[in-house]
Write a protein that binds this ligand. Sequence first.
Ligand SMILES: [Ca+2]
Length: 437
Amino acid sequence: MRLRIILVTVHLAAVLAGGADTAAPTRAAPPRAIVAVFDFACPADGDLGADLARRLRRRLTERAEGTEVIDSLTMQSLTQRLAVTAATDADRIRSWLDEPIAATTAVWGDVAADGEAIRLEVLVLDASGAFWRRTFTDSTARARPVVVRQAAEAILDRPAWVPPQVGDEARPDPRTLGKPLNPNGSFDAGRPHPDGWDPMDGAATRLIDCDGRGQVLRINTHLDRDAWRAWRHALDRGEADAADPPAIGPAASPYRNVAGLEGVHVAGDWIEARPGSRYWLTADAQGPADAGHFPRIFVKGYADTPADALGAAALHELGLTAETFAALEEPRRRELIAADARLHPERHRREVYRWYLACRPEAGADPAAWRRHDGPFPPRGGLPANVRYLRLEVYASWPPGVYLFDNVHLYRMDSAPTAPASGTPSSPCPATTDGRR
Ligand SMILES: [Ca+2]
């Protein structure tokens, strides 16, 4: 047992079970320690002592399994007449462990602040009589959490786990990252629609050839938004052919362009997520940008949730509208929703996580030059436990213009090396072969 605090076995459950029915199997409750953290004494700033004690209680509660930490309100009511400082006699503290505190371990001490610097003296005593004292100091802008973490580590006798975060990891060598998790990040497979991605609409989104890069994804946001939406609706209803798009030009006002409204997304296939993992995303991009606007590659995380509605695609397939669906009897509505969930489980997933790779050029960069962007996510720690699926979404909006994307590859940082990643950031491709940048 690495805890320095004594563990006391509580037999209450066994006693209760035995008293109620002697034939019933009896089982002792797991051993537990009860820790009482007194507010630290701070003559110059009483709030500081109370704040550090609150933080330490919270940290011990989070980190010490099988241990109960008496909460701040209870401590306040128990100790309002007990003034405790580092000078308080340990025997006196021990005498309170049974009554009135009812704890197995007491933590108390003094704190002093000098500007941002904090000096926390901590004394710890447990019911076995073990006693120690240590002083923790820090003078950074985060002195409070730092001294509390140090004290908690000493009390628990183990270093706190610090999850990795941006900056901890060196930029990985693409050759060691193995095969990308997403298919066809090079956009080279499939024409006119790229394998593994949303179909192209021929107007705002299409594939073009690019010297040295094979196919790349072209997104044009300088289009009249209403005309483009009408075209997308016609495609969604199966009434139009993406190979024969209308000529859609810019709107009279830049703010009536796709760029000034929703922008254009191109989503990739669903990818199984591995909670706890860290990932690396790369993308080559070119196109306009300004100080606050730039293309992004979103990573969206999804969970399965109970199906409770029908989306536009399902209504269209069933020949229903939102109004005619609402007019159905409830059992029939539920039946249709359940059938859709069986056939298309992906339609009933909910977004629970989001991150993006900012394809932000350096100031003064040539918008017609390819740029390589990459980075790790999540920003701190591993992927949350509730994320079951990931999806990439290439996104461009403002400023209005033409954007190109290539080599959008997602890697898991712990995936085994199998093949080098394709493409190089310096591949020259200032113009596209169709001459319609
Ligand atoms: Ca390519």
